[in-house]
Design a protein around this ligand. Structure first.
Ligand code: NIG
Ligand code: FE
Length: 413
């Protein structure tokens, strides 16, 4: 007996397998028409014609499109305060994003606001954010620390993520990002802050098991190449997976470090030149592209089509944060990627499902609808993937299943 059967699925579209997809396979999907999915113990047990086996509950998809749950593989969702005044300054041309950071605001304003919050306040503030992510179809989210920048405050943020992961339906994967920017109190002694990251933060966070990955903002206004190299060396020593924020605001060299450290992903890549792109390609690094950070800051867009043609697996995420991308809506991001990157709908679907899963080292458990994988599934208020990406209106999620449980439904079922 199944726990749940989802019947009358008009079109089920999913990638196959556990590995990231690239080049011609970036958009390779399996399309099933008029099928049902059987779920047991939180896992997908059956895909096919209406099964003869009974279920405790049957849900009618009414001919809709069904896809894997969306995976937002790059966010900074734990933060205090907000930065609408900074947005005003950027829009009216008073200051650029990097000038704001260099003058001690921007990311550093959020650092001040986050330091002032208790663990409990940050926890409570994050629940509606995660609720809204689920309602928009995100079933797994990666979260980066990096708005604490002291041992205590970085641990506070990572603890919040751990507790949220334990108590909220959405799955959260944590990344330590003490190497975000140099905090104001170390601006005249940068190397002392790098020492603090390497000798205290990474060892302690690793001992507490609070972060699976380590990320660094390798940029003129973040950490330089040498500092990034030092931090990644320490992270690797403690067996953290490596991610790099690279080439967002200038050609920073971050991609070379991503390749050298065998990073799982290089993220942003707006200004990545041909050499940087070839270097990550050679090393099998996944490119995590964040179109809203470009849109929002009025920056150029990453060369997504070129990267696909080079054979680099592309993942796409929100970069949800209060400075450069205040949206948690993956549907909007997918539409932006469609219109601006000119990727096709199947390439985008794989970028936010299987490739995003692989960018989080979760390709074996999530990212596709296949027997044995977690039943993280979205039933859309759309008959086709083309329609889903075509309209900018509203939240098109009709139902969201997380580990086999119906966690959001637009109407009574
Ligand atoms: O990925 N660029 C660095 N970090 C974030 C932005 C953080 C912020 O502006 O608060 C990003 O865009
Ligand atoms: Fe980011």
């Amino acid at each position: 007996m199944f726990d749940i059967i989802i019947k009358n699925i008009g079109s089920l579209i999913t990638a196959q397998g556990t590995n990231s997809l690239s080049g011609k396979n970036q958009g390779k999907v399996q399309v099933y028409s008029d099928v049902s999915i059987g779920i047991k113990n939180g896992l997908i047990e059956y895909i096919g014609e209406a099964p003869t086996e009974k279920a405790k509950k049957t849900i009618n998809a009414n001919g809709a499109l069904v896809t894997p749950g969306l995976i937002d593989c790059h966010t900074h969702f734990i933060y205090g305060g907000s930065r609408e005044e900074e947005m005003y300054n950027i829009i009216t041309g008073h200051m650029s994003y990097s000038e704001i950071i260099k003058s001690g605001y921007g990311i550093l304003s959020t650092v001040n606001d986050t330091r002032e919050q208790t663990e409990n306040t940050l926890y409570k503030k994050s629940i509606p954010i995660l609720d809204s992510m689920l309602r928009h179809g995100t079933t797994t989210v990666e979260g980066k620390s990096g708005y604490g920048l002291t041992l205590k405050d970085e641990i506070k943020i990572l603890n919040v993520m751990k507790k949220l992961n334990d108590n909220h339906k959405i799955s959260i994967i944590s990344t330590f990002m003490g190497g975000h920017v140099i905090p104001n109190e170390y601006k005249n002694d940068r190397s002392a802050y790098i020492d603090l990251i390497c000798n205290e933060m990474i060892p302690e966070i690793s001992k507490l098991g609070l972060a699976e990955f380590c990320d660094v903002f390798c940029e003129d206004c973040g950490l330089n190449m040498e500092e990034t190299d030092t931090v990644l060396t320490a992270a690797q020593k403690y067996n953290m997976g490596i991610k790099v924020h690279s080439d967002q605001l200038e050609t920073s060299g971050g991609s070379y470090l991503a390749a050298r450290f065998n990073a799982i992903s290089a993220e942003h890549l707006i200004m990545a030149d041909d050499m940087s792109i070839q270097t990550i390609k050679k090393q099998g690094v996944i490119a995590v592209l964040l179109p809203n950070a470009s849109f929002y800051l009025g920056m150029p867009y990453a060369r997504a089509r070129y990267m696909v043609e080079c054979g680099i697996p592309i993942a796409i995420a929100t970069d949800y944060n209060p400075g450069s991308s205040p949206t948690l809506n993956m549907q909007f991001i997918m539409k932006l990627a469609y219109i601006i990157y000119r990727l096709n709908p199947e390439e985008i679907l794989n970028a936010v499902t299987i490739n995003a899963a692989c960018a989080l080292n979760r390709g074996k458990e999530i990212g596709t609808i296949e027997i044995g994988k977690k039943a993280d599934i979205v039933v859309w208020n759309s008959k086709s993937l083309h329609f889903l990406l075509y309209t900018l209106d509203n939240n098109l999620c009709n139902m969201v299943f997380k580990s086999g449980e119906l966690v959001y439904s637009k109407s009574e079922v």
